[in-house]
Design a protein around this ligand. Structure first.
Ligand code: C2E
Ligand code: CA
Ligand code: CA
Ligand code: CA
Length: 275
């Protein structure tokens, strides 16, 4: 039977109601997730192409939801930003990553993602300082990954915060490079230590020739600014070969390893310490 106008409307209304209810429930669950210890960090290693050695890793948050299983950060980080939960969640990530990394063997770096919304809190610099002090992690081992959005909004304030962070002795990476606006001028306005070339140029849908031209341009730019360039999302040996030929310094992706639990990253790091 065909739906007439009124039934159609009721159908959409019910559908929308169900969706809003699911979102409301997820929001309630998210508000309790920290207290219930439902978050955990997984770590994805980064490999230096010149030495062939692992140099560090990126911390990535996971939410183990009691009913829904593992919820992707792509789903709950934007929600956390919207409902004002990103500051406490971000602080948990920072403290946990520093605390875990300090017990790893070697001098591996640990990268933590910062959401643009974390810059709204004037406490950010203090929070980072406190996470370093509480864990005893050497500042040079901590790396903060930011996206262009951070410099886009309230440019002057955020620039000052970035400089204050860098003055602590840690490093700043530009994440997802090449996906936003006016990327090139950002490299001039702030001295990043590292550029992470977005996965879409590495294992994305673009034709290899076009995306490799972009990778080459970014790698050469990075090298002339004295920055490390990491290619994200390297999945095949062919991609790694191309990336190496274009002059990137480091790679990260499923080919090296998927993000793994803390116990696993310790094994990967311990396994490659020089005798
Ligand atoms: P991102 O910072 O660009 O992180 C890289 C994402 O690519 C991760 O997804 C990682 O698992 C995935 N990835 C790595 N290698 C490969 C590969 O070879 N192939 C493919 N297809 N994917 C690969 P994940 O963990 O789902 O995180 C998604 C996004 O969520 C992150 O993108 C980041 O923007 C955000 N995120 C994750 N953890 C945090 C966090 O602690 N704080 C904040 N603010 N955002 C986070
Ligand atoms: Ca990142
Ligand atoms: Ca990225
Ligand atoms: Ca991203």
């Amino acid at each position: 039977a065909k739906l007439d106008g009124r039934n159609m409307f009721r159908f959409f209304e019910a559908e929308m109601g169900a969706r809003m209810e699911a979102r409301r429930q997820l929001e309630l669950d998210l508000r309790r997730a920290l207290a219930l210890r439902q978050f955990e960090l997984v770590y994805q290693p980064q490999l230096n192409l010149q030495s062939g050695q692992l140099v560090g890793c990126e911390a990535l948050i996971r939410w183990r939801h009691p009913q829904r299983g593992v919820v992707s950060p792509l789903e709950f980080i934007p929600l956390a930003e919207e409902i004002g939960l990103i500051a406490p969640i971000g602080e948990w990530v920072l403290r946990t990553a520093c605390m875990e990394a300090v017990s790893w063997p070697g001098d591996f770096s640990i990268a933590v993602n910062l959401s643009p919304a974390q810059f709204k809190s004037k406490k950010l610099v203090d929070t980072v300082k406190s996470a370093l002090a509480a864990s005893g992690l050497a500042a040079h081992r901590l790396e903060l990954e930011i996206t262009e959005g951070v410099l886009l909004h309230e440019n002057r304030d955020n620039l000052a915060i970035l400089h204050a962070l860098r003055d602590l002795g840690l490093r700043i990476s530009m994440d997802d490079f090449g996906t936003g606006y006016s990327s090139l001028s950002y490299l001039r306005s702030f001295p990043f230590d590292k550029i992470k070339i977005d996965r879409s140029f590495v294992s994305g849908g673009m034709t290899t020739k076009d995306s490799m031209a972009i990778v080459r341009a970014i790698a050469s730019l990075g090298s002339s600014f004295g920055m490390t360039t990491v290619a994200e999302g390297v999945e095949t040996p062919e991609q790694m070969q191309d990336i190496r030929a274009e002059g990137c310094t480091d790679v990260q992706g499923y080919l090296i390893s998927r993000p793994v639990a803390a116990a696993e990253i310790v094994k990967l790091f311990a396994g490659q310490r020089l005798p």
